[in-house]
Design a binder for this molecule. Structure first.
Ligand code: ADP
Ligand code: NA
Length: 330
């Protein structure tokens, strides 16, 4: 039996991925190469919904691809491509937008949140229709499963609804994808505000570990992480979010179970834990940085890998779009 197919995307909206992106998403992408037929996409079309700088977008798209490869995506075992290289995404998106209700799209909470922040008049139509493009991203590849976090659940529901609706209106065309709940996904929190998730929109850069920053800086951030009152090293995210976050990162990067770590640090202090974790983080990021740099230093090779990825993606996307267009009457 063929492996189930997954599609997942990541936005090129920062120069560097942070440790939360890696431990919560990218690491699972790498693992899924072993078990799934994997399509991974740097979603640059999605990155222009809220205003952007063209040169920066171009740079971040390359940086994102280089980091994904450096983190372990293998172009021989997955299809890694840039969304704008596959014109079938916006083509299918148009068709799907014509079977999406205005009210239905208006109920997307992410749009409500983001447009409220920007001001409803200034929010773009692209921000509004973003979940429809996302549906097209997934349906074009006939993905069986989509790894989703809590924040993307509603969008995946819309994707499923649109697939079913299209199939009912025009005849069976799309696989209806299911949510792929990734087990053991680490939720990484901010080092300075350990109850908030680590995010590129963090209030202070001291709260996030960027994969491409100077490792000495990362080490310093770990050593200055906010810890909790008391001195005992135990895993209790509610009562001790700071220490628990450090243990989560430690466990995720070394593969050592949290209980083992708690045992090993029995009788030791927060300072010991932070010092050791700082070393673990440095050991982890160094080779990732080296490999990222190697990809960036050979732009022709990176372009070639992305061109091959786009070609592999298009082979599938063209076929799905053709089938959908036939059904619609084009
Ligand atoms: P950010 O929150 O920094 O804006 P994105 O929303 O672009 O990050 O997330 C990209 C991917 O990384 C998503 O799959 C998301 O679930 C994952 N991710 C982001 N932050 C974290 C975190 N702190 N812990 C675990 N996973 C995260
Ligand atoms: Na986000």
């Amino acid at each position: 039996t063929p492996r189930p197919r997954v599609l997942s995307g990541i936005q090129p909206t920062a120069d560097s991925f942070h440790l939360g992106n890696y431990l919560g998403a990218v690491r699972n992408w790498v693992a899924m190469q072993e078990t799934h037929d994997t399509f991974y996409c740097v979603v640059d079309l999605h990155a222009i919904t809220m205003g952007h700088d063209p040169a920066l977008l171009r740079q971040r798209t390359r940086l994102s691809a280089a980091q994904l490869l450096a983190a372990g995506l293998d172009p021989e075992r997955c299809t890694l491509f840039v969304q704008s290289h596959v014109p079938e995404h916006p083509q299918l998106s148009w068709v799907m937008s014509c079977i999406t209700g205005f009210g239905e799209a208006s109920r997307m909470t992410q749009f409500k949140d983001k447009s409220a922040k920007q001001g409803t008049d200034r929010a773009s139509v692209g921000l509004f229709t973003y979940p429809i493009l996302q549906a097209a991203d997934i349906l074009l590849y006939q993905a069986d499963a989509v790894p989703v976090g809590e924040d993307q659940r509603q969008h995946l529901e819309l994707t499923r609804d649109l697939a079913q609706r299209f199939n009912t209106l025009f005849g069976k065309t799309f696989t209806v994808p299911s949510a792929f709940i990734v087990r053991d996904t680490a939720k990484i929190t901010d080092l300075q505000e350990p109850t908030a998730k680590m995010s590129k929109s963090a209030s202070s850069p001291a709260g996030i570990i960027e994969l491409l920053e100077d490792p000495a800086r990362s080490a310093k951030k770990i050593r200055s992480a906010v810890t909790d009152t008391g001195r005992e090293i135990i895993f209790d995210p509610a009562a001790k979010p700071g220490v628990s976050n450090l243990l989560t990162i430690y466990s995720a990067l070394t593969g050592r179970p949290i209980d083992d770590l708690v045992g090993a640090y029995d009788g030791k202090g927060y300072g010991d834990l932070k010092k050791d974790l700082a070393e673990v983080v440095v050991e982890f990021v160094r080779p990732v940085q080296e490999r990222t740099r190697a990809y960036l230093d050979d732009p022709a090779q990176l372009d070639k890998l992305l061109a091959i990825g786009a070609e592999k993606a298009r082979a599938v996307a063209v076929e799905t779009l053709r089938a959908a267009y036939d059904k619609v009457g084009f």
